[in-house]
Design a protein around this ligand. Structure first.
Ligand SMILES: [Mg+2]
Length: 188
């Protein structure tokens, strides 16, 4: 069984650092809980280019980004012993060395917690569906409906403010922390 683990919103709380940078730059006071949609920048009246340039800045140096759940390395190691775990992220391939440094810092290591790190472009928003994994652990609400069309795949939707409108049913389950990711995958 092949499992695709996402990075941002599942391992790293990138949006916390994103809000910090944005607020310092534009004098706003946004917080993670305010980010209620995937295209949050449309509500902020900034262009997609401006919005993504901040993501790219963080991709270039992610060391300040908070780690979401300290249980994740332990759980990933156990899963990778039982199945094939890849990390599949929509961070651009040119930022590979930066993300490897950050993952290693948190004890998420190639050969132990995962087999391969796969980096894709962030568009289209459901690009990860083209990779054939049995299970996805992801916070992206754009994966919910496509996964429902594919009965042989499963999505564990990592609970975040921007995916609250997604209806989790059938082969889509909402999870809140990493221990739950392990338990749910073992139940499947
Ligand atoms: Mg994500």
């Amino acid at each position: 069984m092949k499992i695709a683990i996402d990075i941002d919103g599942v391992l790293l709380d990138i949006i916390v650092e994103y809000c910090k940078i944005y607020n310092e730059r534009y004098g706003t006071n946004y917080r993670k809980k305010d980010i209620k949609s995937w295209d949050f920048f449309k509500d902020w009246n900034i262009s997609e280019e401006v919005a993504f340039n901040i993501f790219y800045e963080i991709y270039a140096d992610s060391m300040n980004v908070p780690f979401i759940d300290e249980n994740a390395p332990k759980v990933m190691k156990k899963l990778n012993e039982l199945y094939d775990v890849d990390i599949v992220s929509a961070r651009l391939p040119e930022y590979r060395s930066s993300i490897i440094k950050k993952l290693n810092f948190h004890d998420v290591r190639e050969g132990i917690q995962y087999v391969e790190l796969i980096l894709l472009h962030h568009k289209p928003y459901d690009i990860k569906m083209k990779q054939s994994y049995d299970i996805y652990v992801d916070d992206n609400p754009n994966l919910v409906e496509p996964i429902k069309e594919l009965e042989d795949r499963t999505l564990l939707l990592f609970d975040q403010p921007w995916n609250q409108n997604s209806v989790c049913e059938n082969n889509v389950y909402r999870v809140y922390e990493w221990e739950e990711v392990y338990d749910k995958i073992r139940e499947l």
